[in-house]
Design a protein around this ligand. Structure first.
Ligand code: 6PG
Length: 473
């Protein structure tokens, strides 16, 4: 009898990689695992329970243990580690082997890797996976990109291990090249904005209304039973209840107010800027993480820069009601910005993305899963050519009703000096998008005045330049 060969290989046996392997086993697939860190291989073997899995830190043992043509999944940190793994695999791989990068790689790196490996007849796919540890274990949302043929080889696997929304797998072939990693990047940009909006809500409720963690828990729990139903709102409710192991306090009060980042949010705003697509709430969220890490500077400035009193004399119930509506309003605008970016990127990078499929696979398993995605999916399916989600019948009406409270919340931020950049950016996005006239005629005039950059006119075609009257200074 020959040696046992495994259906799939997994490189990277950290928590995500291990959980994904156990998920694969639960669905009847056999997997061999590789990690250069022996302790991770040991944990993998110890946790395996009854699974007949194989783990090693020796790459040749790993590639020899796989059925051919091989399918190897990577769950390793994005960046140079992916290239280093590929370089080590290269001499051991054969024609038609398929390597699937499941990490948060930058989409441009994925394009380069696809091209390089194509030359030696190895297939490469960039697949975004969202849902954290529990998603990997119980069903993540999966965003695959690459060649359709390669996808077809793993469609069954990905469909089985993915989350299900009303029984439908949260995975769909998204497009060629780096389409999957691009969509995952935008998912993360939306994640940043959603989290920032929740954080601003927390600051307002805590500082302006003086609410306790128990009250905050109750509010987020209640919100999660309404139109804000979402994974991020539900975990926020849990967070306010968590006690600290080391002190008598709630854990949230013992955590430093500085949030780090691995880069996907910033990549989203960078690419949106390059494509000239406005995503101001995502921009604000990334900037706020950057402000948060200036903890020492903020402590100095707190004593020097004056502002109004954070406390507000307001009926808590009224504030909570307005905030719930403002948050819903802003989340709609965030999804509108994310979808608008995907639409432009689809044209610019020839991804041919189906936005309704993307909304569909985000409904379960991923970090930004939210009940509003059902409406988003329905709206895009009904009007696939709409330039902006905010213009669809259902959202147009919702925004019209909710805007009043969004304005109230922004005003509260201004009156109390509590920073609400994501809420403000969201309202400004809405207001500027619905402005048939914006003051950019003046910008054109200024550019032409100081730099002869020319301007366009409202009454005739072409570009014009004026010798502006410099004497009038
Ligand atoms: C997910 C998450 C996941 C990861 C983020 C964290 O979809 O499961 O987005 O990919 O937790 O990348 O990103 P930051 O470290 O940049 O906050």
């Amino acid at each position: 009898m020959g040696k046992k060969l495994y259906d799939y290989g997994m490189i990277g046996l950290g928590t995500m990689g291990r959980n994904l392997v156990y998920n694969m086993y639960d669905h009847g697939y056999t997997v061999a695992g590789l990690d250069k860190d022996l302790s991770k291989v040991e944990t993998f073997k110890q946790e395996k329970g009854n699974y007949d899995l194989f783990g090693t830190h020796i790459i040749k043992e790993f590639t020899d243990a796989l059925k051919k043509p091989r399918v190897i999944l990577l769950l390793v940190p994005a960046g140079h580690v992916v290239d280093s793994v590929i370089n080590k695999l290269k001499p051991l791989m054969s024609k038609d082997d398929l390597v699937i990068d499941c990490g948060n790689s930058h989409y441009t790196d994925t394009n380069i890797r696809i091209k390089k490996l194509e030359k030696i007849k190895i297939h490469f796919m960039g697949v975004g996976i969202s849902g954290g540890e529990s998603g990997a274990r119980n069903g993540p949302s999966i965003m695959p990109g690459g060649s359709k043929k390669a996808y077809e080889r793993v469609a069954h696997l990905l469909q089985s291990i993915s989350a299900k929304a009303n029984g439908v797998p949260c995975v769909a072939y998204l497009g060629p090249d780096s389409a999957g990693h691009y969509v995952k990047m935008v998912h993360n940009g939306i994640e940043y904005a959603f989290m920032q909006l929740i954080a601003e809500s927390y600051q307002l409720l805590k500082q302006a209304a003086g609410m306790s963690n128990d009250e905050l828990h109750d509010i987020f729990l209640k919100w999660n039973n309404g139109s804000l139903k979402s994974y991020l709102v539900s975990i926020t409710a849990d967070i306010f209840k968590q006690k600290d192991n080391l002190t008598e306090n709630c854990l949230i009060d013992m955590i430093l107010d500085s949030a780090h980042q691995k880069g996907t949010g910033a990549w989203t705003t960078e690419d949106a800027m390059a494509l000239q697509v406005p995503v101001p709430v995502i921009d604000a969220a990334v900037s706020m993480r950057n402000i948060s890490i200036l903890k020492e500077e903020r402590l100095v400035a707190q004593k020097q820069l004056l502002g109004p009193d954070n406390k507000l004399n307001i009926d808590k119930k009224v504030l909570v009601y307005s905030l719930e509506n403002a948050l819903y309003f802003s989340i709609i605008t965030v999804f509108a910005q994310g979808m608008a970016l995907l639409k432009s990127a689809s044209d610019a990078y020839h991804y041919d993305l189906k936005l309704e499929d993307i909304a569909g696979i985000w409904r379960e398993g991923c970090i930004i899963r939210a009940s509003v995605l059902d409406d988003i999916m329905a709206a895009i399916t009904e009007h696939p050519l709409l330039s902006n989600l905010m213009l669809s019948g259902v959202f147009k009406e919702k925004l019209a009703v909710l805007q009043d409270n969004a304005r109230k919340i922004v005003k509260t931020g201004i009156d109390t000096g509590i920073p609400l950049p994501a809420f403000m950016a969201s309202l400004s996005y809405y207001d500027s998008y619905r402005s048939g006239w914006l003051p950019d005629n003046l910008l054109q005039a200024q550019r032409d005045y100081f730099g002869a950059h020319t301007y366009e006119r409202t009454d005739r075609k072409g570009t014009f330049h004026t010798e502006w009257n410099q004497k009038q200074h």
